[in-house]
Write a protein that binds this ligand. Structure first.
Ligand SMILES: NC(=O)c1ccc[n+]([C@@H]2O[C@H](COP(=O)([O-])OP(=O)(O)OC[C@H]3O[C@@H](n4cnc5c(N)ncnc54)[C@H](OP(=O)(O)O)[C@@H]3O)[C@@H](O)[C@H]2O)c1
Length: 316
């Protein structure tokens, strides 16, 4: 029987969670074991994690009883929500509360909550610089995560609040890669003007989380922001040009234009980028690259990530 401490990983088949499961399993002599939570232990991704050595268990963040079962006997848990599956900040808050309650009931010793800022602390709802969305939010998928921080605190859960960054993988999976304009040339479109966007390889989020679990209780009650690099849109476009061997421009649209693109979530993302643009000093300052490298020595740069992933970026 292993005496390793079990980390229950929510979203284990997804970007953040899978990175953590792989980081735990990669460290063969390490002190932790990975318990991968999924709604479907028979899915291909879940079976692949089992094949790597993870314990795979069924759980649904909409079902607190299933979370309690999945957290039982664990040392810690990685908690993340899935805003883009439902686009509901209220649902996200309820899911975070279910995880916090389950973690508290099961007496977990260290939880990492994958959070973001409640932007309403910087831009109150009556601030007209950006539209209020869904009646009660500026950046819905940020605000609900930030609002959930106190749910973990109030439940008495020893929590590290992990402020994540823009995944560079969005260029592959989220339709944010370079697109051709009317003249046929490629451009990266971001409403960031000349401001820096903290970004990270999605895989590194899990690796940073692993580093935090290894550091242990010194990190509970703390907020830790992570990023692989802080880059302007121009710098990202230049790196794309070098990596892809084809000219990629930077199309610096306004947040208003971005909100008007009309795809689901365009308003939310337009407000998000505006927040990052207008509060660059705070936002970059909260995501220290060197601190991220200290907990994850394998932290990738954008150029390094591109070298590995450039062939996956869809180009029209
Ligand atoms: N894209 C970005 O740049 C970025 C940056 C920072 C933060 N975020 C945040 O990251 C979050 C998403 O994390 P991710 O990217 O790791 O997700 P993801 O890759 O989209 O993976 C989602 C995983 O969540 C699981 N899942 C979905 N609904 C579930 C439920 N009801 N109960 C249990 N598991 C469920 C699914 O696993 P099964 O099907 O196996 O159950 C799926 O594999 C979002 O809230 C987003 O706001 C994104």
């Amino acid at each position: 029987m292993s005496d390793r401490k079990t980390i229950a990983v929510v979203g284990a088949t997804g970007a953040q969670g899978a990175g953590l499961v792989r980081a735990i399993l990669d460290d063969a002599g390490g002190e932790f074991a990975a318990r991968a939570l999924t709604r479907d232990p028979n899915s291909e991704k879940a079976r692949a994690l089992a094949g790597l050595g993870a314990e795979v268990v069924a759980a649904d963040v909409d079902d607190e009883a299933s979370l309690r079962k999945a957290f039982a006997g664990a040392y810690g848990a990685y908690c993340v929500t899935f805003f883009w599956e439902h686009f509901s900040p209220e649902k996200e808050l309820a899911q975070a509360a279910a995880m916090a309650n389950a973690a508290s009931q099961e007496g977990l010793q260290h939880v990492i909550w994958s959070t973001l800022e409640d932007t309403r602390k910087w831009i109150p709802l009556d601030d007209g610089r950006m539209p209020t969305l869904m009646g009660n939010y500026k950046v819905p998928h940020f605000d609900s995560k930030g609002a959930a921080d106190e749910v973990f605190t109030k439940a008495g859960v020893p929590t590290t609040f992990l402020l994540t960054s823009f995944y560079w993988d969005n260029l592959i999976h989220f339709g944010m890669g370079p697109k051709r304009g009317p003249d046929g040339s490629l451009a990266l479109t971001l409403p960031m003007a000349d401001k820096k966007l903290p970004g990270i390889a999605a895989e590194d989020i899990g690796r940073c989380a692993y580093g935090i679990f290894k550091k242990g209780s010194g990190f509970t009650g703390k907020t830790v922001g992570i990023a692989g690099e802080h880059l302007t849109g121009r710098q990202m476009a230049d790196s794309l040009t070098k990596a892809l061997g084809v000219a990629v421009g930077y199309n610096a649209v306004t947040p208003e234009a971005y909100r008007g693109f009309g795809f689901p979530g365009a308003g939310d993302l337009g407000n998000m980028f505006q927040f990052k643009r207008d509060f660059e000093d705070y936002y970059c300052g909260a995501r220290c690259v060197e601190g991220s490298r200290a907990i994850n020595p394998r932290l990738q740069t954008f150029d390094g990530w591109l070298a590995a992933k450039k062939s996956q970026i869809p180009l029209e």
